[in-house]
Design a protein around this ligand. Structure first.
Ligand SMILES: [Zn+2]
Length: 141
């Protein structure tokens, strides 16, 4: 990662989410999948929200989904975020949701049910984060 070197926590060591962040650092999107009922869920938690089983593991995601809900943020929580930007709840193919950003287009172009796919972008603290961009843009590249 480029930019100034700052002391920061190794997020890949976090107990519940470490494996998720390690995958993001490799440019892969994963999600927890219950080994008993088969449900995908997010955010990671100790037990499956459907059946309360602790028998779950991270599995790869296609990284493709649709915008379920979105809002344009004009006043960011800190100056580290470049506004305006679009915060979205993306309905990912395997039936789970991710609160994320939409990148690669103007905020006014983002629409409910728009097809999007994952991109990995540098967040305000320099860490890689999963964001989503319109599918059409990927095809045009
Ligand atoms: Zn379950």
């Amino acid at each position: 990662m480029d930019g100034p070197t700052v002391e920061r926590e190794d997020r890949s060591l976090r107990p519940l989410t470490g494996e998720f962040w390690a995958a993001v650092d490799r440019g892969e999107l994963v999600r927890p999948v219950c080994g008993d009922c088969g449900r995908s869920f997010f955010v990671p938690q100790f037990s499956c929200p459907q059946c309360q089983s602790a028998n779950w593991s991270y599995q790869p995601s296609s990284g493709r989904g649709r915008v379920y809900s979105c809002t344009t943020v004009h006043r960011p929580p800190t100056p580290a975020f470049e506004a305006p930007y679009v915060l979205a709840d993306v309905d990912v193919e395997e039936g789970w949701h991710l609160l994320t950003w939409i990148v690669g287009c103007e905020p006014s172009e983002v629409a409910i049910d728009m097809a999007v796919s994952v991109r990995f972008v540098a967040g305000p603290d320099g860490h890689r984060l999963p964001a989503f961009a319109p599918e059409e843009q990927e095809a045009a590249r």
